[in-house]
Structure formats: structure tokens, C-alpha cells
Design a protein around this ligand. Structure first.
Ligand SMILES: [Zn+2]
Length: 473
């Protein structure tokens, strides 16, 4: 029986290499696959020079019959041809005169057949087509990568000094709902994000000095893990953090005892990490393409799991571990709340959440978790509650991202997802539907938790709805 150890290279890497070994340790063959082709060769030495039968392994490199044969496989049809040739060879082995050679060939054929079967049909074609897609989709990786060290964009090692507090004018401006995040330079976003967190007295009450230094580095590194997507960028993450910062402050004014300091910290950081390493496509795309992340998370809340798992993996790097200086019970609580909040941003769980949330708003029995989840979800889709000039820029970004997914789906021959077909979608109608069915219901609930600010936010939402209704007419 031959062994077939596979190198630990994920499916979407450019190169995947196999080596086939006998129990004695001698190598009998290799196979390499890339996104576009598969290259098989049997390297069997003198004893098995006859392993390259005519028709099975086509020699395209001018090697002699004593050297390993090679066959380059470009299509699934060629894959099928190779598989049939291997099966033909296997069935002819009974005629071999040398028993040792026969056994060797039989085992080598079995290994080759398994390798071909692993890469036959749609997998080969799919990998080839994926090379045409944006790099972000193909290269998005499980969170173990986050443990493997710093990327070029990340800040250098060492305890970095904390940035100065936000200055007077900006410090007040970020506390208003009309703040325009688009006017902030990308390089300034980490400072702004950390500065807004530090405006909450809860942060310095909960986190010791060491945690604050590590949190500052964590903000910078998480920021560097966001991709330059048209919508799901670090700018969006900071926008959501600023949004939840306002909502938390207003909720604390309305119900001073509802949230603990620890929960405020968890909600602020959850907002900052809630889309970490977003690839710019939706869950359904990852599931449909059998992306490694969809496999890893069993097709359940794939992106949301990826965002929080990547953030938690980063937070386990010693220089970024802002959680471990806390007492054990607080660490556990922080992690639990952050995970729950980020997972709550999965749109597929929105309807059951809303039903319960609205019932509890009406009964005035909203729990801290419900309030925080509603505020994170609300902040995540808060663009239509902002001034139109700010909102419109986000509309352009999200539609660009949706259409890129639609283009990718068209390339792959997949059904084009809702709102993603640039040839048929009406952007204005799209926004009317978004506000009517998603944004408006949750914001009506949130508005009741923050009675002093709620009416103004709902009025802005209504104005924007009318604007897009008029454009859609
Ligand atoms: Zn988001």
C-alpha cells in the first residue's frame, strides 16, 4: 500500500504539490496542480522505467523513455482521458511478468487515480475561472493566517505611545450624527477610531494602561487587515464605530444603568472589528464557490465568523493582546459579548432578531445584549439615516461592490445575486427597498431607546427615502 501525503497547501494557492511514497520511503511519483493546469509525473527510477506507457503519459518535453513521462492537463476532458488511461493500465497489469514491478505499478496507478479523481471535473475548471476574479476573493484566508506575523502594512513592534486625544472641534463633531467620515484621510482613520473609543470613560475604567497601549496597536493592525473594498473598508468600520459610539452615549443618557462599562468596551471594539478582512462579496458567493472559508464554517455566517475569528486571532498575538491584562471573568465576558455582537450582523438572522426586539421594545424589556446588537446592526446600516451627501457616497460604494460580485457570478456561470446585476438593477429602487424593509424597521425600534435623538434620525431617514423614491419614479 502506498502512502499519499499531501502538502499543507490550501486549495486556492497557486501551486499544490503531491508526492507519492512507498512504505519504504522511496518516492514513486509527483503531481503538481496550479490554478490553470495539473502536471503529473511518475519519478520511478530504473526499476519502473516502463511506467510511462504510450498514450498514458504524453512526453512533451523530449525526455527519453527511461525518464519520467509528463502530461499537462488543461481541461476536465483531458482529466477524464487521463483517468481512463490509468484505469486501462491497471486492468492490463495482470500480464506483467515481474511481480515486483506489477505490484509497484498497481500501487502507483491507485495513487494516480486518487489524485486525478480529487482534481477532476468542475474543480479544475472552477479554479481556472477563479483566477479571473478580484484578488481579495481568492486570497481571503482562514484566521490562522492572522497568527503568522505582521504584514508589510502593519506597524512595527514595541509599545507605541498613545495618540493624543481628539482635538476640541473634531472631538465634538464626532459626537454628532451629521459627521462626514469621507472627509477624513485614510491614514488618520486609526487615530480617529481610537480617539472616539477613548472618549468613553468606560474604556479607561475597564482597561489598564497596558491594555490601552495594546488596544491602540490592535486598532492599527485590524485597520491594516481591512481591504480597499468600495464599501467594506476600514472607513466603513470606523463609521460604524463612530455610529455605535453616539448610540451608546445616548442610550446611557436615557437608561444610565442598562449597560456595564465592560459591555460598552465590548460594543465599541466589536464595531471596529465587525467586517475585518471582508473580501467584498456576500456569504452566498462564498458558499456557491465552495470557498475555503465556507467550508471552514460549514456555510453558517461565513463572513461574520471570519471577521470575529480573525480579530480574535490577532488579539491573541502577545503584542496585540489587550484582553489578557484583565481579570479572567472579564476576559471571558468581553470575548463572549464581542463574538455574539459580530455574529448578530449576519443579515440572515435579521428577521427573527427583529421580531423579538420589537416585542421587547414595546414591552420595555430590552436586554443589554439586545440593545447592543440592535445598535451595532443599526449602525452597520445607518447610512440612510445620515445627511444625503454622506449617504450618497456610501450608495455608490456598495453598488460598486455588489456589481463586482454580479460580474464574478456571471464569469462563473452562477445565478446573479439580488441587487448585483449591473445590467438590470435600478440603484434608486434598490435604496427604497433597503430603507423600507431593513433600515426603517430597526431604526424605529432604536429610536424608542434613545427618545431625545430618535425623532431627528427618523426624520432624516424619511427625507432620504423620499429622495430615492422620487429618483426611482
Ligand atoms: Zn459592516
Amino acid at each position: 500500500m502506498l502512502l499519499c501525503p499531501l502538502t499543507a497547501v490550501s486549495t486556492f494557492e497557486n501551486l499544490k504539490r503531491f508526492s507519492f511514497f512507498q512504505p519504504s520511503g522511496s518516492r514513486v511519483g509527483t503531481a503538481c496542480t496550479t490554478n490553470k493546469l495539473a502536471l503529473f509525473s511518475l519519478c520511478c527510477g530504473q526499476r519502473t522505467a516502463a511506467v510511462s506507457p504510450p498514450g498514458l503519459l504524453t512526453d512533451r518535453s523530449g525526455t527519453t523513455s527511461n525518464e519520467p513521462g509528463k502530461s499537462t492537463i488543461h481541461t476536465s476532458e483531458e482529466m477524464e482521458g487521463l483517468l481512463k488511461a490509468i484505469q486501462d493500465l491497471e486492468s492490463s497489469l495482470g500480464n506483467a511478468k515481474n511481480e515486483a514491478v506489477r505490484q509497484h505499478l498497481q500501487s502507483a496507478c491507485a495513487v494516480m487515480r486518487n489524485a486525478v479523481e480529487d482534481h477532476r471535473g468542475p474543480v479544475v475548471d472552477q479554479l481556472a475561472r477563479l483566477t479571473a476574479l478580484p484578488e481579495a476573493i481568492v486570497s481571503c484566508r482562514p484566521p490562522s493566517v492572522a497568527l503568522s506575523g505582521s504584514s508589510a502594512k502593519e506597524p512595527s513592534e514595541g509599545l507605541s505611545p498613545l495618540p493624543p486625544p481628539l482635538d476640541g472641534a473634531l472631538a465634538e463633531e464626532v459626537k454628532t450624527w451629521s459627521f462626514d467620515i469621507h472627509k477624513i484621510a485614510a491614514a488618520e482613520l486609526p487615530t480617529l477610531c481610537f480617539g472616539v473609543m477613548m472618549q468613553h470613560p468606560a474604556v479607561t475604567r475597564v482597561l489598564p494602561q497596558l491594555s490601552l497601549h495594546r488596544l491602540w496597536r490592535f486598532v492599527q493592525v485590524v485597520g491594516s487587515r481591512y481591504r480597499d473594498n468600495p464599501f467594506h473598508s476600514f472607513r466603513h468600520a470606523v463609521d460604524v464605530t463612530l455610529g455605535i459610539s453616539c448610540l451608546l452615549r445616548w442610550l446611557q443618557e436615557a437608561q444610565p444603568t442598562l449597560l456595564s462599562d465592560l459591555q460598552v468596551v465590548a460594543a465599541l471594539v466589536a464595531a471596529m472589528v465587525h467586517d475585518t478582512d471582508h473580501p467584498g462579496v456576500m456569504n452566498n458567493f462564498l458558499v456557491a464557490t465552495r470557498h475555503p472559508l465556507a467550508v471552514l464554517y460549514n456555510q453558517q455566517s461565513v463572513l461574520e465568523n471570519h471577521h470575529i475569528a480573525t480579530a480574535m486571532a490577532l488579539a491573541s498575538r502577545p503584542e496585540l493582546d489587550w484582553i489578557s491584562p484583565l481579570p479572567a471573568s472579564e476576559q471571558a465576558e468581553l470575548r463572549k459579548v464581542m463574538i455574539e455582537l459580530v455574529l448578530a450582523t449576519d443579515p440572515t438572522t435579521h428577521m427573527p432578531f427583529m421580531k423579538r426586539f420589537m416585542e421587547d421594545v414595546a414591552a420595555q424589556t430590552v436586554t443589554p445584549m439586545q440593545a447592543m446588537a440592535a445598535m451595532l446592526k443599526g449602525a452597520d446600516i445607518s447610512n440612510p439615516t445620515r445627511p444625503l451627501s454622506v449617504y450618497a457616497v456610501w450608495v455608490e460604494g456598495i453598488m460598486k461592490e455588489f456589481f463586482a460580485q454580479g460580474d464574478a457570478e456571471r464569469t462563473l456561470g452562477l445565478p446573479i445575486s439580488m441587487n448585483c446585476d449591473r445590467e438590470s438593477v435600478n440603484v434608486n429602487k434598490c435604496q427604497v427597498g433597503f430603507i423600507t424593509f431593513l433600515v426603517s424597521p430597526i431604526w424605529k425600534g432604536i429610536a424608542q431607546l434613545i427618545p431625545a435623538q430618535g425623532p431627528q434620525l427618523l426624520a432624516e431617514l424619511e427625507t432620504n427615502l423620499e429622495h430615492y423614491k422620487a429618483l426611482a419614479a
